[in-house]
Design a protein around this ligand. Structure first.
Ligand SMILES: [Zn+2]
Length: 159
């Protein structure tokens, strides 16, 4: 059995008047991610983990921020596009584990919805996807509520 592990990391500043999106799920909050696309920090970290595991590049390379085609893009479309590329390379997703780091909003009340959204986009059971929230203990830009970060790790299996 051939296995590959991948890691993804992302960070976006938070700004008023923007939706706070995690895997396409909108969390009620005064601020949201600033970015060329919709800024969905979790969708980006997951996409990079999948691409990294399959050695197929990274999202900055495949979807350049300078390309107007990706302005205000739905990052879940981008994630589905990435998963098609990875799956076409003969890979199945064994599991995905993620951390979202922010002072607010609380992730736990929305965790199951976020897990279901990721599982649906990647065509796996919800049990293969996990997401947890962490604060930065009031330290640094994440702790001051100026930004939101996400880390993702995935395991792929060759089919
Ligand atoms: Zn991003």
């Amino acid at each position: 059995m051939k296995l590959r592990i991948g890691i993804g990391h992302d960070l976006h500043p938070l700004a008023e008047g923007r939706p706070f999106l995690l895997a396409g799920v909108r969390l009620p909050f005064a601020k949201g991610e600033l970015g060329h696309s919709d800024g969905d920090v979790l969708a980006h970290a997951v996409a990079d983990a999948l691409l990294g595991a399959a050695a197929l590049g990274d999202i900055g390379e495949l979807f350049p921020p300078a390309d107007p085609a990706w302005k205000d893009a739905d990052s879940m479309d981008l994630l589905r596009n990435v998963w098609e590329r990875v799956r076409s390379g003969g890979w199945d997703l064994v599991n995905l584990d993620c951390v979202v780091i922010c002072e607010g909003p609380k992730i736990l009340p929305h965790r199951e919805e976020i897990r279901r959204a990721l599982a649906a986009a990647l065509d796996v059971e919800t049990g293969a996807v996990f997401v947890k929230g962490k604060t930065a203990e009031a330290l640094g830009p994440l702790g001051e509520g100026l930004a939101v970060g996400a880390d993702a790790v995935c395991l792929l299996e060759k089919i």
